[in-house]
Design a protein around this ligand. Structure first.
Ligand code: UMA
Length: 449
């Protein structure tokens, strides 16, 4: 923050804004808080940390710029271009909670970003470090605002940073940073893929070492510091991790050495093997006990809302993958399942190009259930000869899926998986993918008693 006699401006009063307000209150920094929602409910979290006279609701007017020198913007708030330009032209300062965290943090940090898999890698790393006896916590996009981490004496912080968080962040100094992969996402906000890629790469700027997915051409390591790699191919040397298939079993390898078989872990899908590879590369760089971390991961169960197998009855498995809010993530999910799949897709669409998904579905034994705001768009854009049905909402999707599963002939020996992997955001009907996933699980569990 720049030195100023004016109060700071906190923009956005969700989890992030509240955490900034709490931090400022503790550190005796004056502030005012803004939220563009006129009818915002003043939650207990807000009331506890912010005096009502310091809360301003409604559209952000350019005239408020004169009242502040420091603006701390929440990730979900997309500021107008002229608002940002005005702040910059007056040598004022826009930053994020991640910048404030950076200026106060003295502990080791690993930063993780990527279009898919970033939450999984964050949670796998947190789990591995705990297994190794380290005091560690994960924060950022994964759910706990980063500033909340500073109140405890952790040895390691694992930060999941989204493109929304990186966009306005000026600097995050880290020991290791990692990009899992980059595919187009959130382009409505970031305008074009080039810009999105550039924002993702900001994570490398102040990192001592970096981990890259060597098979992803969208990740550019020119001028980057010392780097280590992972990928879904063979590993070129001892400081890299990869996957090889021997006699139809996938193994994680470090260089040429097999270190873990897919049959030894509880996580489902090849993409999770990649997530483990990425995490092991970080453990390696941090000079921690790799062998023990490999032992630990064998007991790691599914992560909520990410290929979470939460119910298995009468040869039917139910998987909640509500976190898959884009096509690439749904493709990974579908590819990782064999047998009959009843796939629930829908929500608010982020695109109208579903060609890649259609291609994958054509080679699978799949029945589609399309729900929500974009069900018709999906119906028009996913042209597969297989069965399809359109329903209103998640409850009807669960009812329909159950009916279809029951109707699959008994002589069909293949297992049946009912998969919610929507390829769309949840915002047509829910406030988050978590809420959607919880609703799905509740409806299923009601059915199965
Ligand atoms: N708001 C405005 N104006 C706007 C938009 C929002 O005033 O134009 C206000 C809203 O009225 C609301 C508040 O801002 O009161 C919400 O702030 P926010 O959207 O930044 O959300 P937070 O509650 O602070 O949660 C954020 C992340 N949310 C987003 O990036 C949208 C959470 O990621 C993150 O867990 C949390 O900080 C803690 O770090 C969620 C997410 O959806 C999971 N992430 C996206 C994703 O994973 O795809 C990027």
């Amino acid at each position: 923050m720049i030195a100023s006699k004016l109060p700071a401006a906190i923009i956005g009063l969700g989890k992030t804004g509240i955490s900034v307000a709490k931090f400022f209150k503790k550190n005796k920094i004056e502030f005012k808080a803004y939220d563009t929602r006129k009818d915002l409910d003043l939650t207990d979290g807000i009331k506890k940390n912010i005096k009502e006279e310091n809360i301003i609701l409604g559209p952000l007017e350019n005239k408020l710029i004169a009242s502040h020198d420091n603006f701390i913007v929440s990730p979900g708030v997309c500021l107008k271009k002229d608002f940002i330009e005005k702040i910059n032209s007056q040598n004022k300062n826009i930053q994020t909670d991640v910048d404030i965290f950076d200026s106060y943090n003295r502990k080791k940090i690993v930063c993780v970003t990527g279009s898919n898999g970033k939450t999984s890698v964050t949670l796998i790393l947190e789990y591995m470090l705990k297994f190794l006896g380290k005091k560690v916590a994960a924060g950022g996009n994964v759910g706990t605002p980063v500033l909340e981490l500073l109140y405890n004496d952790y040895e390691y912080h694992i930060l999941e940073l989204s493109s929304f968080q990186l966009e306005m962040t000026k600097k995050i100094q880290c020991d290791v940073s990692l990009i899992t992969n980059i595919t187009p996402d959130h382009l409505d906000r970031h305008k074009n893929f080039e810009n999105y890629k550039k924002i993702k790469h900001k994570i490398f700027l102040n990192s001592n070492s970096i981990v890259i997915n060597r098979t992803d051409r969208n990740i550019n390591v020119k001028n980057a510091p010392l780097h280590y790699s992972f990928g879904c191919d063979t590993a070129p040397n001892k400081s890299s991790f990869g996957i090889v298939k021997i006699d139809s079993t996938n193994y994680i390898v470090q260089g040429s050495e097999k270190i873990l078989s897919e049959n030894e872990i509880k996580l489902i899908g090849r993409h999770n093997l990649e997530n483990i590879c990425a995490s092991l590369a970080v453990i390696n760089i941090l000079n921690l006990d790799l062998e023990k971390a490999v032992e630990g991961i064998k007991d790691f169960k599914s992560i909520q809302h990410r290929m979470e197998k939460f119910c298995e009855k009468n040869k039917i498995s139910w998987i909640n993958d509500s976190k898959s809010t884009n096509i690439e993530s749904t493709i990974s999910a579908v590819k990782s399942i064999s047998g009959n799949i009843i796939l629930i897709l829908g929500g608010r669409s982020k695109t109208n190009n579903y060609d890649k998904l259609q291609e994958v579905l054509q080679n699978k034994s799949v029945f589609l259930i399309l729900y929500g705001e974009c069900k018709k768009l999906l119906n028009e854009n996913i042209k597969i000869k297989k069965n399809k049905v359109l329903v209103e909402d998640i409850k009807s999707a669960v009812d329909e899926a159950y009916k279809i599963a029951k109707s699959i002939p008994k002589f069909d020996e293949k297992k049946i998986t009912i998969l919610l992997s929507p390829a769309c955001s949840s915002f047509d009907m829910y406030s988050s993918f978590e809420e959607r996933g919880d609703h799905f699980k509740n409806e299923v569990l009601k059915k199965h008693g």
